[in-house]
Design a protein around this ligand. Structure first.
Ligand code: HC1
Ligand code: SF4
Length: 506
């Protein structure tokens, strides 16, 4: 059989299908969030769709803007079902499905409810696979620009580990290009008063979480302990396994910890009223938009983080400010107070990174020495369930690492049944960890379908930064040591608990 894919009939049929999709699609392309990065726009261009061939009635759209992180606009939806498949198979949740029939067909949570009223974990994985503007993050750029233009505000920005491994893609660079220095330079040109790295917060998290774990081991506390830095995962466990909340570390996530430090220590040292400080977190994550407004994360009457921009939003901000990103020279993060970070902090952004970072510190503390073991290869990798058994002195630790809820579920069921063999588990909400968060640059279907492992490429960029750093263990970060000496006291002290720990709701 000879199949002709480019005959007149085949081209006409393809164009006709696209014209039918377009007939029920909102045409505000110029102001659409996916303008110039829309798979439907590209198809129209490739197939030469030049007119609205079937203009007429349109189905009734739903606009859901209620949840903190995600907007759903069905007037843009092409009913491809990628989001339905992702939520069901990757997260095992099935929040999205088809409702109605024929012309009225819609992709929606049950009864067309808002994401805010169902058990959506706000991971944003559905956004990442959406080919059009039907699902996207709730933008916060305007708040940031407002703060930058307010003479009363002192605006501090911090960047998550995974952002540097993907931001370059928004400027035509290949996947996996590390752009740490250019990103810092761009943020300084935008006009932020201070540019810090969330990696410092990650080192602080390891101190608090590492000692929390050691405390639980010593005092027969609840084990396995599970990491708590992925807010999508925290939403999931609150909704689906509320009986397991005691297993979660009480540590806030690194960017919330750094936010709390900026509004306390930094404010004091610089003589600024914390209410005049505006903290912006640049995150690869959509769920962090909701995390920053959780009342449990407040240390005073104000929020410790005021705005969260995704990696995609940061790229827009840089473009809006007319900055030629590709030609920028490298610049360094501000060095005062929170400028130093270890390799352990950097690898947080890849699945297994938090566990490896914790082990680098926990093992040293348990062994009472500076161990030469730094690389825990068994917990690395962006796929599947990883586990490892580590012997430190006469103690044996069994740890596991998973990412995405479909992989986490069996481990959680084992804990619930009382048969989990682990002491410590890292769980991240997104497949591959933060490098593939719901706020990262879109990887279009052509690249995904070609089998290119974009998660691995981004993770590699982080592990390369780790080995290039002089300090690779969080507790060796001299500014972390100074922070405990001059302000926090011991890890898990009362002060540390007040500022750096949180609780969860059933
Ligand atoms: Fe993450 Fe984290 S690593 S949660 O995956 O603990 O988003 O990158 O910023 O806070 O450090 C995300 C990334 C990020 C926090 C850190
Ligand atoms: Fe499902 Fe995550 Fe999308 Fe919510 S954000 S609908 S949990 S894929």
């Amino acid at each position: 059989m000879v199949i002709k894919t480019n005959s007149q009939r085949a081209l006409d049929a393809r164009r006709r299908v696209v014209e039918l999709i377009v007939s029920n699609h909102s045409k505000d392309c110029l102001s659409c969030i996916r303008n110039t990065n829309c798979e439907l726009q590209r198809l129209c261009q490739e197939l030469g769709v030049r007119e609205d061939a079937f203009a007429g009635e349109k189905s009734e759209p739903t606009f859901d803007t209620v949840s903190p992180g995600i907007v759903r606009n069905t007037s843009k939806c092409v009913l491809c079902g990628r989001c339905v498949e992702t939520c069901t198979k990757v997260q095992g949740l099935g929040i999205l499905g088809y409702m109605n029939r024929g012309f009225k067909t819609k992709v929606a949570p049950i009864y067309d409810k808002s994401f805010a009223d169902v058990n959506c974990m706000q991971c944003g994985q559905c956004i990442n696979v959406c080919p059009v503007g039907a699902l996207h993050e709730k933008e916060e750029i305007h708040y940031v620009i407002e703060a930058l233009n307010d003479p009363q505000k002192h605006v501090v920005v911090q960047t998550a580990p995974a952002v540097r491994a993907a931001l370059g893609e928004e400027f035509g660079m290949s996947i996996g290009t590390r752009v740490t220095g250019k990103m810092v330079h761009a943020l300084k040109l935008v006009g932020f008063d201070k540019v810090y790295d969330t990696n410092f917060g990650a080192d602080l998290t390891i101190m608090e979480e590492g000692y929390e774990f050691l405390g639980r081991l010593k005092n027969q506390g609840t084990l396995p302990m599970i990491t708590s830095c992925s807010p999508g995962w925290v939403n999931y466990v609150e909704h689906e396994y509320p009986d397991l909340l005691d297993h979660l570390s009480t540590c806030k996530s690194p960017h919330m910890m750094l936010g709390a430090m900026v509004k306390s220590v930094y404010a004091q040292k610089n003589g600024i009223d914390p209410r005049d400080i505006f903290v912006v977190s640049i995150m690869p994550c959509v769920a962090k938009k909701g995390e920053k407004i959780r009342p449990e994360n407040k240390t005073a009457e104000y929020q410790d983080v005021d705005a969260v921009l995704t990696t995609r939003e940061l790229a827009k901000l840089i473009k809006m400010f007319g900055i030629n990103f590709r030609d920028l020279k490298d610049d360094d993060f501000d060095q005062d107070l929170f400028g130093e970070y270890s390799g352990a902090g950097v690898i947080f952004g890849a699945s297994g990174g938090v566990m490896e970072a914790a082990l680098r510190t926990v093992a040293d503390v348990m062994a009472h020495e500076d161990l030469s073991m730094i690389d825990y290869y068994a917990v690395r990798g962006v796929e599947g369930v990883k586990e490892s058994t580590i012997k430190i002195g006469d103690q044996t630790l069994k740890v596991a690492v998973v990412q995405s809820m479909s992989l986490a579920k069996p481990l959680l069921d084992d804990i619930r049944a009382g048969v989990s063999p682990y002491h410590f588990i890292e769980i991240m909400g997104c497949p591959g960890g933060c490098i593939n968060g719901g706020g990262q640059p879109y990887v279009n279907a052509t690249i995904r379908n070609n089998g290119f492992d974009f998660k691995q490429a981004r993770a590699k960029a982080l592990y390369e930064e780790d080995v290039a750093l002089p300090v690779r263990k969080s507790h060796k970060n001299s500014q972390i040591q100074e922070l405990y000496k001059s302000y926090l006291g011991e890890p898990n002290s009362e002060k540390a608990h007040h500022l750096l720990h949180t609780h969860y709701s059933k």
